[in-house]
Design a protein around this ligand. Structure first.
Ligand code: ZN
Ligand code: ZN
Length: 578
């Protein structure tokens, strides 16, 4: 078991085809290639290529499922294709500050320096991780504004504001000599947004009139009928919760959901409570949003922990991250009673103002159960309207199509079922089948001025990152972790004579986490087999080959446990020289 730091692990996305090409499209072809984010939720990363030049849109990460990738903290896109065309890269545009759009930026900067474009809040969030990793000298930040325009090589960009669950989100129209590509970003239409900043319907209408060649549009929620409710619609339920809770109110949502916290602050003011941000990331985000003017804090409402503790419980609200059950978050520690500064008490209330990212449901279930166990009540969106999505539903998607009237449609952002549902919506809107492309990560959509096709794949794997070490982890380590979890570990220590390899000590076997009906006698039998194999070698009377001896221990034990238990514990041979 060896961690080889600095080595990247590339794993093909299941279901994706292997690469047909690693060469860039011919300069006369306009190509759009999502290298992540379609057919999966997360790691959005799209290339637009024309005339030998490349524009990157977003560079996000995906949070792994613990069962699939034990011990892995992040999954980032495979940059190998991009690096092969890096001389033509004109810049990277970030549509908004969610991790699935900015989270892999620092990793890309390690590979190449970049000009990065984004709105003020998006850049503020993106800078955090880049500074943490000491990569600030690899990037030039360029602030853009919704409504603004920018030329980058052959690409004429025009930005439009969208509504989403983070401030300052945009979509972009990329004008090229062969036509305009529109990337919606993550969006919903919100008639009365908390910050008054609506989705820029007028620009979309103009673009539609001028003619849109292709539209990439957010598919996340198109399975839901109707329109996604506006962010303000959660306000009454929040206020009711704060008004009626007997004790403290704990509220969790994503740290970047400034509009949600704006409403919590206002609801607190209306109900005579004060608010405290728990944990470093929540405090940091609140401070940032306040400094940049995105969060308006009523006087005296935001307090520190010590102040909150001095007040009666029914005067306090605690906002916290950890809505996905992240084990190290303050919320998880409150739930299991291990938080050093605060306890959940009977009469308290947890307002779960978020939705589970698929794969996290069980962890979140446990978190909620633990709040109940401590005597608290819990409200989720199932009981009360305390959460609305930032992604548009079917009618939002339809409106986007109607405004832009694209010639080609490339539904994006979501597991395959989501773009597939979005495709049906486009058919409903009268788009002919041959103009709708259901792409997967790595699939290149190409337009030559006449016709479009999407029959080539470039490599689009994923890279697993062990975020604690900030080093990429070897696939062997992953396999070991899987085996450790399932069958535990067996350590075999044996002492051999350095003269002729005779077994002088042991073998002694120690097992942890291995399930067997009569473990002790099983280990004895295993040890006897190792002894027999090593003794056979010793019979040659030569000084032992230590590597070979270790291999023999491992192979013998692997076979033994496979045969007896159908198990694959991790084998650690410790061969001592005597
Ligand atoms: Zn988003
Ligand atoms: Zn997203």
């Amino acid at each position: 078991m060896e961690v080889q730091s600095g080595q990247m692990v590339r794993e093909r996305i299941s279901g994706a085809r292997s690469a047909d090409t690693e060469t860039p499209p011919s300069p006369a072809i306009l190509a759009v290639t999502p290298l992540g984010g379609v057919g999966e939720v997360g790691k959005n990363f799209t290339l637009v290529e024309f005339g030998g030049k490349t524009l990157i849109i977003d560079c996000g990460l995906r949070f792994p499922n613990v069962a699939e990738h034990p011990g892995i903290d992040l999954i980032i896109p495979d940059f190998s294709y991009l690096l092969s065309v890096k001389d033509g890269v004109q810049g990277l545009l970030l549509t908004h500050g969610h991790e699935d759009h900015i989270g892999a930026l620092a990793f890309l900067l390690r590979e190449m320096p970049l000009n990065v474009y984004g709105t003020r809040y998006t850049l503020a969030l993106a800078k955090g991780r880049v500074q943490e990793m000491g990569l600030s000298d690899r990037v030039r930040w360029n602030e853009i504004a919704p409504g603004g325009r920018l030329s980058l090589g052959p690409f004429a960009l025009r930005f439009f504001s969208v509504c989403h669950s983070v401030c300052d989100g945009i979509g972009v129209a990329v004008g090229t000599p062969l036509g305009t590509i529109v990337h919606s970003g993550d969006f919903k239409f919100d008639a009365d947004p908390v910050d008054g900043r609506r989705l820029d319907r007028e620009t979309l209408r103009q673009l539609g009139e001028e003619g849109v060649l292709a539209l990439l549009s957010d598919s996340t929620n198109v399975e839901r009928p109707g329109w996604t409710p506006g962010e303000r619609s959660v306000r009454p339920a929040l206020e009711r919760a704060l008004a009626t809770a007997k004790g403290r109110v704990f509220l969790t949502s994503f740290a970047s959901h400034v509009h949600r916290f704006q409403q919590v602050l206002e609801a607190a003011q209306a109900t005579g409570r004060v608010v405290c941000a728990l944990g470093r990331s929540m405090e940091g985000n609140m401070r940032l949003a306040r400094e940049l003017g995105y969060l308006k804090v009523p006087d005296g409402i935001l307090v520190d922990l010590a102040t909150l503790q001095r007040l009666p419980p029914n005067r306090g609200v605690v906002v916290s991250t950890g809505s996905q059950g992240e084990p190290r978050s303050g919320l998880a520690r409150l739930a299991d009673g291990s938080h050093t500064d605060m306890k959940v008490c009977p009469g308290d209330l947890l307002v779960y103002a978020a939705r589970a990212i698929p794969g996290n449901e069980r962890t979140i279930g446990a978190l909620i159960n633990n709040f109940y166990r401590r005597g608290a009540e819990v409200i989720t969106e199932r009981e009360e309207l305390v959460h609305v999505s930032g992604h548009g539903s079917r009618e939002d998607g339809r409106e986007m199509l109607r405004l832009l009237k694209p010639r080609y449609f490339l539904p994006a952002h979501g597991e395959l079922r989501h773009p597939a549902t979005h495709r049906r919506l486009a058919y409903e809107e009268g788009m002919p089948q041959e103009r709708v492309f259901l792409l997967e990560s790595g699939q290149r959509w190409a337009f030559d001025g006449q016709r479009a096709a999407a029959d080539l794949f470039v490599s689009a794997g994923e890279v697993l990152v062990d975020g604690l070490a900030m080093d990429e982890t070897d696939s062997l380590v992953l396999r070991d972790r899987q085996h450790l979890r399932e069958d535990g570990i067996v350590i075999c220590s044996v002492g051999l004579s350095s003269r002729d390899g005779e077994v002088l000590q042991g073998p002694h076997l120690l097992a942890k986490g291995l399930m067997a009906p009569d473990l002790e006698s099983l280990l004895e039998a295993a040890g006897a087999q190792v002894h027999a194999v090593l003794s056979e070698q010793a019979a040659y009377g030569r000084a032992p080959d230590w590597d070979q001896a270790r291999d023999m221990c491992t192979t013998t034990l692997k076979r033994f446990f496979k045969k007896k238990l159908q198990a694959r514990p991790v084998i650690v041979p410790a061969v001592l020289e005597i």
